[in-house]
Design a protein around this ligand. Structure first.
Ligand code: NDP
Length: 311
């Protein structure tokens, strides 16, 4: 694929990327989609998705992403494994280099690289990652069957992780740093119905304790300043996400947290023919359905751009 010029490259394979590809392929743009480091994106790390319209009985996240991929392929999207490693948006067609060192030129680009899990930033968290520290209950929960675990966070992700783990584990401590949770009311109600989930408000992690594997979590109650040790073999971090926009920072305008800025009501970035969709440009809604919606918008924006610019 050296120096090939394609109409559209889609970077990312979450709901935004695949939806952009479905629309672009149906419009005859022959999109090439790079799946990135985690094919299928964040939904492959989740369990049941209950709120994506059209699935009245819910759907497993990985199954939904398989369906989206198949739908994109059905209309002729070329799916490539691997990632885009560098971009040069100063030239046209845009120059992209893959992590295998291949280069390609793109007349338009949809960035749908999503967001990645945030970490607390403790050295012990890094040391024990994969040895009891995790950001994915669906992936790793099985290893903690009948054990006691800690979940950190107060949003829907933390609630979802805690609920999932409560089905496997003996006990789940859910540590929330404020006196309220950000999670939706329905999720909070479900948490309260679980007798083996203990909600700990005003509680922050000071240290994750363990040499080879997690043995306990040292926490502080921020009102009373009381320090306690929770015996636990797992520590699941679910404190939100950071947008995967680093690659584009030399060229694209981003906000204070790194979310790519788009022109209001569109997916246009500050670079002509480069569009952004999904969680990489959405700090507020961050839903699969809104990601898919902006993926559709990006494909339509790209199509109009290509029609208007016979460069
Ligand atoms: P959110 O940004 O909504 O929540 C992050 C949570 O982590 C907040 O409670 C925040 O606390 C806490 N937090 C952040 N940093 C730290 C820290 N250093 N130490 C301790 N706690 C910290 O992220 P989510 O990933 O939960 O959700 C993202 C989006 O995805 C939301 O829109 C959510 O609704 C959606 N979602 C929906 C699901 C569903 O519908 N099934 C499932 C999962 C996510 P504070 O409030 O104090 O800032």
């Amino acid at each position: 694929m050296d120096k090939q010029s394609v109409q559209l490259v889609v970077i990312g394979s979450g709901p935004a990327g695949y939806t952009a590809a479905i629309y672009a392929a149906r419009a005859g743009l022959c999109p090439v989609l790079y799946q990135g480091p985690q094919p299928g994106g964040q939904l492959t790390l989740t369990g049941e998705v209950e709120n994506y319209p059209g699935y009245r009985a819910g759907v497993q996240g990985p199954n939904m992403m398989e369906d989206l991929q198949a739908q994109a392929e059905r209309f002729g999207t070329i799916i490539q494994e691997g990632s885009i490693a560098t971009v040069d948006f100063s030239i046209y067609p845009r120059l992209l280099t893959t992590d295998r060192g291949e280069t390609l030129r793109a007349r338009s680009v949809v960035i749908a690289t999503g967001a990645s899990a945030k970490w607390l930033g403790l050295p012990s968290e890094k040391k024990l990652y994969g040895k009891g520290v995790s950001a994915c209950a669906v992936c790793d929960g099985f290893f903690f069957k009948n054990e006691t675990v800690v979940v950190v966070g107060g949003g829907d992700s933390a609630a979802e992780e805690a609920l999932y783990l409560s089905k496997l584990c003996k006990k789940v401590y859910l540590l929330v740093r404020k006196d309220t949770m950000r999670a939706s009311r329905i999720m909070q109600e479900r948490l309260l119905q679980k007798s083996n989930i203990q909600l700990c408000f005003h509680t922050e992690v000071q240290e994750i304790i363990g040499e080879e594997t997690v043995e306990a979590v040292q926490v502080i109650h921020t009102l009373s300043q009381t320090v306690s040790i929770l015996a636990a073999t797992g520590c699941f971090i679910a404190i939100g996400h950071v947008p995967n926009s680093k690659l584009f920072l030399p060229y694209l305008s981003v906000d204070s947290e790194g979310y790519i800025q788009v022109q209001l009501g569109t997916t246009h970035t500050n670079v002509a023919g480069v569009f952004a969709a999904g969680d990489v440009q959405d700090r507020y809604y961050r839903q699969a359905v809104t990601a898919a919606g902006t993926g559709c918008m990006a494909a339509l924006d790209a199509e109009r751009f290509l029609q208007a610019n016979e460069w």
